[in-house]
Write a protein of this length. Sequence first.
Length: 261
Amino acid sequence: MKRIASRENPHYKMLKKLCQSSRERRRSACVLLDGMHLIEAYGRQRGMPDEIVVSDSGAGRPEAACYLANCGAGTRVTCLPDALFDDLAVVDTPSGIMAIVAWPQPARGLDHDADTVLLDGVQDPGNVGSILRSTAAAGFRQVLLSTDCAQAWSPKTLRAAMGAHFQVEIHEGGDLAGFLAAYHGQAVATALAAPDSLYTAKLDRPLAWVFGSEGLGVRSAVLAATQRQVHIPMPGAMESLNVAAAAAICLFETVRRRQDG
């Protein structure tokens, strides 16, 4: 275990850049996993991380101590005083332990026969993370994000997704309309003005669900590439739903249909 006690330490300065800058994470092709839940989720699917960074108090917590005791020789462990660790923290309440891993890449190219979730300009990291979580829970295994979506591997997105990143294939910066033009199944988008209700529309296999930005919805070029548009009935006096809530409703309506039929 390597101990760092100074903010002037070159490795600490590198860690601080990595924690604070999305540009640095892209440049270094590294991702931060904050907290034992994400670290263990990564381990179940991908193996041991490249480096563990732990605070003095974090190292003394039973769960983290057990994990550190079983780290392989290939994982670097860096220990920091609580004050230095807290300066790195990417969340309001520091967890005491984080991991640094190589930026995960999809294991395969886009599959035009697979159930897919497409996000068109969803810019809030919490919404992207929540949709990834619902996607994994609903059994979909492929996600395609447009270039202007929130970064899938940002700390806030990772935290909201609760480990879903390691259960789905995530493709960032995709051409949504181009994918849909080559898709072999049915593409369905949510749209407030759509004539068909989610609960009566036919949902074929395979299925691509398309969800749009918080303010503008699905862009016209992407909407034109879908075969069906549906609305979610809202008998209450609200004009719209949060995109993450809408995605969860649509995905689990798909699950219900498939279980029933």
